[in-house]
Design a protein around this ligand. Structure first.
Ligand code: PBG
Length: 332
């Protein structure tokens, strides 16, 4: 009871608002901090392109000509961003994605160019076939479906191309069973014992990847439901990441991000490995377009979404907002 208010009903003796009163109190009580050190920026690199091509469905994101990659990587490094994730936009597609398995193909070239441009930036290769196949699937098709084990053989080839080119981290995104054990063995066998694998360990077949199709120039026929997970499966989400940890993954990942924070929190409780989250193209687009329409404050929503990832258990965040976050941090 508050003094002098004995005639009134009960007053709260516990007041959680006490610690929210001033900016200083709130800063001291803050449990979750996002820093530029946490962020990874995806870059789409297109061969045989003359000038940066805006991606209509992702305002502010461009496909970078291969000839402009050096300048782009230097710009990103100058912003203080520590890691980039490279996606090739190929003009040489075929049934197997053979270009990505050649040392002189786009994967090898872009890794070498990025490493030369800024040796201290971490270059991560998204290892997959959907940007290199004419059917747009993440592997080889046999009998109307992606053939798991034939795709593993090809993943070894693409991984070794990236490793020989000097890549810092390998990030296989195709959701083939046995990927991590296979690639760890292949890397170790060729002497790349220090090249970490960041597994796209729990990846859902998500409609939030929509704008990525335009960004990466993929021409998918059908869907990816026989290899990526169905959105309603929470236990299986945990199982996928536990399995990749057992196979030797160095970093685990949940993708997409915002609609899957429960999955992130589940995995956080079950692993001691670093955990990454991918804020995918559709999540970026929603925030961007809502901001442009004046329905949301883009910067505030961006910061809130990144904070939510860390609160749920992510250590690393792949986000198209990385340059924007860097610019805001420099101003602050
Ligand atoms: C597959 C890959 C995809 C994305 C990253 N790696 C596409 C897919 O799985 O369909 C999507 C990323 C995004 O939407 O931002 N190589």
């Amino acid at each position: 009871m508050s003094p002098g208010n004995e005639d009134k009903a009960m007053f709260p003796t516990k007041r959680l608002r006490r610690l929210r009163r001033t900016p200083a109190l709130r800063a001291l009580m803050n449990e979750t901090q996002v820093t530029l050190d946490d962020l990874i920026y995806p870059i789409f690199v297109e061969e045989e392109l003359d000038a940066p091509a805006p991606i209509e469905s992702m305002p502010g994101v461009f496909r970078i000509p291969e000839s402009g990659l050096t300048a782009e990587v230097q710009r990103i490094a100058d912003l203080g961003i520590r890691a980039i994730l490279l996606f090739g936009v190929s003009r040489h597609k075929d049934a197997t994605g053979s270009d990505s398995m050649k040392d002189e193909g786009l994967v090898g070239r872009m890794v070498r160019t990025a490493k030369d441009a800024a040796p201290d930036i971490l270059v991560i290769a998204d290892v997959c076939f959907c940007e290199f196949t004419d059917h747009g699937h993440c592997g080889v098709i046999h009998d109307g479906d992606v053939d798991n084990d034939a795709t593993l053989d090809n993943l070894i080839e693409q991984t070794l191309v990236a490793a020989r080119a000097g890549v810092d981290i390998i990030a296989p995104s195709g959701m083939m069973d046995g990927t991590i054990a296979t690639l760890r063995d292949a890397l170790d066998g060729e002497g790349f014992t220090n090249t970490p694998i960041m597994a796209y360990s729990t990846k859902f077949a998500s409609a939030f990847y929509g704008p990525f199709r335009e960004a990466a120039g993929t021409t998918l026929k059908g869907d990816r439901k026989t290899y990526q997970m169905q959105p309603g499966n929470r236990r299986e989400g945990l199982l996928e990441s536990i399995e990749d940890e057992a196979e030797g993954a160095d970093i685990l990942m949940v993708k997409p991000g915002m609609p899957y924070l429960d999955i992130l929190a589940d995995i956080r409780r079950e692993t001691l490995l670093p955990l990454c989250v991918y804020q995918v193209s559709g999540e970026y687009s929603m925030i961007k377009f809502a901001g442009q329409a004046g329905a949301l404050d883009e910067d505030a929503v961006m910061l809130e979404s990144l904070t939510a990832f860390k609160r749920a258990g992510a250590d690393l965040i792949i986000t198209y907002f990385a340059p924007k976050f860097a610019e805001l941090s420099q101003k602050a």
